[in-house]
Design a binder for this molecule. Sequence first.
Ligand code: SF4
Ligand code: SF4
Length: 369
Amino acid sequence: METAILSRENFGALFESLNKLGYSIVGPTIKDGAIIYDRLQEVSDLPIGWTDEQTAGKYRLERRTDEALFGYNVGPHSWKKYLFPPRRRLWKANRDGKTLKIETESLPEEKLAFLGVRACEIQAILVQDKVFQGGTHKDPYYQTQRARLIVIAANCTEAGGTCFCVSMKTGPRCTKGFDLVITEILEASRHEFVLEAGTPTGQELLAHLPVRAATPQEEQRVDEGVANAARQMGRHLDTSGIKELLQRNYEHPRWREVAQRCLTCANCTIVCPTCFCSTVEDTSDLTGDHAERWRNWDSCFTMDFSHVHGGSVRSSPLSRYRQWMTHKLASWHDQFDTSGCVGCGRCITWCPVGIDITEETNAIRKSES
Ligand code: SF4
Ligand code: SF4
């Protein structure tokens, strides 16, 4: 893999080159007191000099003592909103006399560049690839946008307060699924980026940039940076035999305890980068001449989600929390041959009562020892 150095002064060239190659850039920016993903026009749109302090049920932006561009971890948004939009019209129908015209929605034509994708987030995209384009029924919107995507990843050199990617073997180093990966190096007298191409598209992009070859010492800084992030990780989840552990503990008293705290607010599913459930809603106007079908994100925490003839299959908070956690960590393996959790920590941070998936799993494991 070719390794190159891009200076901070030249970082804007990455934006210019992506635009020249026809990509619209989406990446981290500050909005409503959080670092979210949105359209970026220029380098100054990045959360320069900001970091995110996170713990269970708490998220705060804090000023850094430096001017890092990628000095934060992950926020409430994930990239799934661009590949699997929260709300999308599938078709609309208009009746004119005896004629009925049905128009399906067009597929995306824009080429997107995801900038600043973390290692755990790449794994989340690879997991959703299996869901949306790996089986018999493929999602045309997802497939089209995914094919028009360039992934510019960012290695983590500091861990977030709720991260546990080391346990899930998904980070902090990006090892696959990217076109180009950036490692930010910030020292008193230098501010640079180590760039590595992961695909021919990434190599082509690299060829457009004003870079120089990295020295072995600079390459070593990447190893040191990701090792530092791994060392800082405060949470651990023992994944050995986790599917069997959870599946033989469906009646464990811990589910009752967590259910007393869980508000079934669905935050954990909305922020999770791998959750993929949706519902379909039909609407019509009063004349009955116009109708639309929409697909919206849904959550296994809502009563309606499991409503079948006669009522909801999972009417209690206990059954809904247990369904979510055992799906993520156990039955996802049966369905998709992978874990549904990538260790990003979002569900821990954004749970209003601070329920922690690592703590819940570890408690069940400990009770067996
Ligand atoms: S675990 Fe937390 S975030 Fe998830 S539904 Fe319960 S209260 Fe909401
Ligand atoms: S379950 Fe929680 S930690 Fe795991 S991927 Fe989803 S949001 Fe991240």
